[in-house]
Ligand binder design. Structure first.
Ligand SMILES: [Fe+2]
Ligand SMILES: [Fe+2]
Length: 232
């Protein structure tokens, strides 16, 4: 039994977005995902997919991508990414009912692996696209959602946490944010995130041990689409 994570699958079985233009690592990346997951992940393992699952604009366009993920081995837990247009926060319960455990959507709730609670939300990093006022509003909302997830796990009796975000936990080259603060407050053992594509973005945020927390980037191209083991 093991816990794995991988982010940014950016599947497009029903839409015309190809990732091939972003470099060799993206060519036939769906085949790599399938091959690597079948090789590494066993049926009793848990695989957390850390956002940007599909390029589709709605559930209909994303259906084939989500079915592809559902057919991967292990229990699949999904975190929202900035490109996941099929997943509005208020539809999380509906998605969980629809996929009935074949996929588990992590938002304002939590899942578990052994005695560890898996908590998380999309997060937010300022990338020059939003006004500061709007950015602050988005951060506040994401921090609230993250806290809901931690509190739900804590109320259920968990005191070990792994925290997942789609966005990096801090802005570029910073080591502190509301997200790292919450991770430290609840004593998360690990913070796992994705979103950063291309060599020039892999250094954007924390990686390795910092203030007693293990930070890991698991974006697909960073890992060459091999899921990273987080825990035995
Ligand atoms: Fe992405
Ligand atoms: Fe992203």
């Amino acid at each position: 039994m093991a816990l794995y994570a991988l982010g940014d699958l950016h599947l497009a079985f029903r839409s015309d977005k190809s990732m091939d233009q972003f470099g060799e690592v993206w060519v036939n990346h769906e085949d790599k995902i399938l091959r690597n997951c079948r090789e590494i992940v066993k049926d009793d393992d848990t695989l957390v997919l850390v956002g940007d699952h599909s390029w589709g604009n709605n559930l209909e366009q994303c259906g084939a991508d989500l079915d592809f993920i559902a057919a991967l081995p292990g229990q699949k837990i999904l975190v929202r990414g900035n490109h996941d247009k099929f997943w509005q926060v208020n539809k999380t319960e509906r998605l969980n009912k629809l996929y009935d455990g074949r996929l588990c959507f992590l938002q304002n709730n939590f899942y578990s692996y052994r005695d560890i609670a898996l908590v998380g939300t999309k997060g937010y990093t300022w990338e020059g696209l939003d006004t500061m006022e709007h950015a602050e509003k988005l951060v506040r909302r994401e921090l609230e959602r993250l806290r809901v997830s931690f509190d739900a796990a804590q109320e259920a009796g968990f005191d070990r946490f792994i925290m997942f975000l789609h966005y990096p936990p801090t802005n570029i080259y910073e080591t502190f944010s509301g997200f790292t603060q919450i991770a430290e407050e609840y004593r998360a053992e690990q913070v796992v995130y994705a979103h950063c594509h291309g060599k020039e973005r892999w250094h954007d945020s924390l990686r390795g041990m910092f203030h007693g927390i293990q930070y890991s980037l698991v974006s697909g191209d960073y890992l060459n689409f091999r899921p990273k083991k987080l825990s035995y």
